[in-house]
Write a protein that binds this ligand. Structure first.
Ligand code: ADP
Length: 791
């Protein structure tokens, strides 16, 4: 029986109507007709009974009852028809309303079972007719029974009820409305879209896509902006936007300071909340506070390699301000590889995390930083945290170590070369001297021979410089008063500096003596003055000043510590072009020169450094580019009384004498000389030179040979002239052995350079003389003569 014929379009509605028909057929809605039928039956029974009535009164009564029953049945039927009609109208209108509603809707009858469902409900839930609402929507609302019960309770009081329910799959609103004879249920998805766009949030927010397009923004954001924006740059002009980092928002009434909070979703969308009116984020978040206050220098580097934030320690180390930004390569350099590449590789996880050492570019002083980068991932994508350590001390130590190794290597090389070179030069100058003896000044070859001699001497001084810097040269220290030596030197210096430069000398009247090699010290001062001259091509003044300095405390300068004590200082000051900071650390290196080839060898300062070090002193430089340079030498003052006590009885090491005087000396004490030299050319020259002077010369090519000669007791020898370093037994050793039998024999040592074992005083042979190679004919004969004459 189709008891309400709702016409629907499409199968879904038709199915629903049939279901409703089936459902209603089973319900108590059949009761009204049952009542009418019962009344009709009662009326019929009363009518039948009237035929068998015993009397008219009863019959009349039964007629009346039957009539009443029929009447009542007609009334009840009429009422039911009216009710059904209303119900039908009510459901029909409800159904016409919900049929095309996009929200799933159901109509339930008085028993709570579904009699109708619209197309959306069919699509969402499938066929649900005959079910209770909680069962029908259980897939969407996990606790549907409770919700539906609450609605039904509410409907007892009101015509409608609704509730917003947050479910794992989104937010839904279930509304129920009383119908005549049933309830209309509607399930609205207010889900993600509605909540996510944050329409109901007071905080300005927006949703942006991975490529910074604004997908939506809430009313609060629209209010602040006064417009709709489509790209992120329009809203936040300072890109990149970093979560938690204060930035400005382009508001309708000008920029608004906000702190963005960024919530990312997997599909690359970001919800960006702009929290306005907040103080510095550093104070706002514990992380930021920790970043700021940790006693570690930290940088935050963005995904594009830009330094986004730095804490106070890092700013100090890098020499930057709090608001300085830019790529890391703006602040540090000198890594083995490009800083930008390193940062990019670490960001892309192409290289393992490893600390690198770099130089802080923006600092005036030389600061090295050990930088370790760690990759972090946050809402804004990958970024880096850099931890900086001051590695200056470490790096300086390393540099010093490398430098000292370099020096040592060059020293070894110089020493080795010098040894052979000095032998060659001795042979050259010696034979040249022999030739000169046979030619007088008018001879045609004389000038050539002088040239050979002079050039050999220049070569010898170059070797001397190499040895001086490598500190392998033989110093002949004596107690000197700098006032005298510098005074004497100024004549020469004045000639050196030329017309355009004025040399002024200021001596401290209370200057104490020092113990140094006078010739070497002169050489040092000359080098400094020549450099000062070269720094002032347009002329000027060079100040040479000696001073007494008393250090009560150790003095730290550059990398050196000068112990307390009395020092004599020598200052050479110029007003030349100065030395740039990147060069100043290198000027003492051998072969470092900024002069053109032929003008500078780069050995001057390295030699000065070597000599001063070997003398127990220090040399420092101060220079300002464009203003001038001052070199300061510290040499320990010499305690005279102590010197007198320790002074050697004679000056056996002084080899120099006036050649003219020597040449004229015809009364040279003749004697027997044992000449021990492994280098044949040197030996040949030396023996000829000595023989020329009347000595009897016995030659030996080695220590062993010499001892062999001396083993014959009948061989009388007055003097040994011996090389120090020889293959096999060395000079001092064989001499010591020989002296055991011949204690009164005099000794002259000759050597190209002083080995460590052959430092001053270490020969251990009292009264011996020392003749440095290369030596001239006169040097040799004079030393021999002086030694033979000594007592
Ligand atoms: P050279 O003089 O042969 O170049 P040095 O070792 O004496 O070698 O000096 C090394 C370098 O140090 C010089 O080339 C120059 O650049 C720099 N220098 C030394 N003294 C001065 C100075 N007084 N003013 C400016 N530069 C200097």
């Amino acid at each position: 029986m189709l008891w309400f014929g709702i016409r629907t379009e499409g199968g879904v509605g038709a199915l629903s109507v049939e279901a409703a028909e089936r459902s209603v057929a089973d319900t108590r809605e059949g009761k009204p007709f049952l009542q009418s039928v019962l009344l009709l039956v009662l009326g019929g029974v009363a009518g039948l009974a009237s035929w068998f009535a015993p009397n008219d009164v009863v019959r009349l009564g039964l007629y009346a009852a039957a009539g009443g029953c029929f009447g009542a049945a007609a009334l009840v039927a009429a009422r039911d028809v009216w009710r059904l009609g209303r119900k039908r109208a009510s459901f029909r209108s409800a159904f016409s309303l919900i049929e095309h509603d996009p929200a799933p809707s159901f109509c339930t009858d008085d028993t709570g079972l579904i009699v109708l469902q619209n197309q959306a409900a069919e699509r969402r839930f499938g066929q649900r007719a005959g079910m209770s609402v909680p069962r029908a929507v259980a897939g969407v609302l996990p606790n549907a029974s409770a919700v539906v019960f609450r609605h039904e309770t509410a409907l007892a009081q009101r015509a409608s009820a609704h509730e917003v329910i947050v479910t794992p799959r989104g937010t839904v609103r279930l509304s129920a409305q009383r119908l005549f004879g049933g309830v209309l249920w509607r399930l609205d998805d207010i889900g993600d879209g509605h909540l996510r766009t944050g329409e109901w949030i007071g905080l300005p927010m927006m949703v942006a896509s991975h490529n910074d397009t604004i997908l939506s923004m809430n009313a609060a954001m629209r209010d602040v902006l006064g417009r709709r924006a489509t790209v992120l740059d329009d809203v936040f002009p300072n890109q990149p936007l970093v979560a938690g980092r204060r930035t400005s928002l382009a508001g309708a009434d000008g920029p608004v300071e906000v702190v963005p909070i960024i919530v990312s979703s997997r599909d690359g969308r970001r919800e960006i909340y702009a929290v306005p009116g907040m103080a510095e984020p550093s104070a706002a978040s514990v992380n930021a506070r920790a970043f700021e206050t940790l006693p570690v220098a930290l940088l935050h580097i963005g995904h594009d390699g830009e330094v986004l934030a730095s804490n106070a320690h890092a700013q100090k180390l890098l020499g930057i301000d709090a608001d300085t930004t830019g790529p890391l390569s703006r602040f540090v350099e000198n890594l083995g590889r490009s800083v930008n590449d390193w940062v990019a590789d670490t960001l892309a996880e192409r290289v393992p995390h490893r600390a690198e050492v770099a130089r802080a570019k923006l600092r005036k002083d030389e600061t090295f930083l050990q930088i370790s980068l760690s990759r972090i991932l946050d809402g804004a994508g990958p970024s880096l945290v850099a931890v900086l350590h001051d590695a200056t001390e470490l790096k300086t130590l390393e540099q010093q170590f490398v430098q000292s190794q370099k020096m040592q290597a060059i020293g070894e090389l110089a020493g080795g070369v010098a040894h052979d070179f000095n032998n060659l030069l001795t042979a050259i100058t010696g034979h040249c001297d022999l030739l000169l003896l046979r030619h007088d000044q008018g001879a045609p070859d004389y000038a050539d021979l002088v040239q050979i001699n002079q050039n050999a001497n220049r070569a010898a001084s170059l070797v001397g410089q190499l040895l001086a810097f490598s500190r392998k040269q033989t110093l002949e220290p004596e107690v000197i008063d700098l006032r005298d030596t510098v005074g004497e030197l100024t004549h020469l210096l004045n000639r050196l500096v030329g017309e355009r430069i004025r040399l002024t000398l200021a001596n401290d009247p209370g200057l104490q003596p020092i113990r140094a090699d006078r010739r070497q010290l002169d050489q040092v001062i000359m080098n400094l003055v020549v450099n000062a001259r070269d720094a002032m091509p347009n002329g000027g003044e060079i100040k040479l000043e000696t001073k007494m300095v008393r250090l009560a405390e150790p003095m730290q300068r550059d990398q050196a510590v000068v112990p307390p004590g009395q020092y004599v200082t020598i200052e050479v000051e110029d007003h030349g072009h100065g030395i740039p900071p990147d060069k100043i650390n290198r000027i003492f290196e051998p072969f470092f020169t900024t002069k053109r080839t032929g003008e500078g060898t780069g050995l001057g300062l390295s030699m000065a450094y070597g000599i001063i070090k070997q003398t127990g002193g220090y040399i420092f430089v101060d220079s300002v580019v464009g203003e001038g340079t001052t070199f300061t030498i510290y040499i320990p003052a010499h305690d005279v009384s102590e010197d007198e006590l320790a002074a050697p009885p004679a000056e056996p090491m002084a080899p120099v004498s006036d050649p003219a005087e020597a040449a004229e000396d015809e009364d040279a004490t003749p004697g027997v000389v044992l000449l021990v030299e492994d280098e044949a050319p040197v030996r040949a020259f030396a023996s000829r030179a000595l023989r020329l002077k009347g000595y009897t010369v016995l030659e030996a090519g080695s220590a062993e040979e010499a001892l062999d000669t001396l083993s014959d007791a009948s061989v009388a020898v007055d003097l040994f002239v011996t090389d120090v370093v020889m293959p096999g037994m060395d000079g001092p050793t064989w001499v010591r052995e020989a002296l055991a039998d011949r204690p009164s024999t005099k000794v002259v040592f000759v050597s190209g350079y002083a080995e460590d074992a052959f430092e001053e005083g270490k020969i251990g042979i009292p009264g011996s003389a020392f003749l440095p190679k290369p030596f001239s004919l006169v040097d040799l004969t004079e030393t021999v003569r002086a030694q033979l004459e000594s007592h």
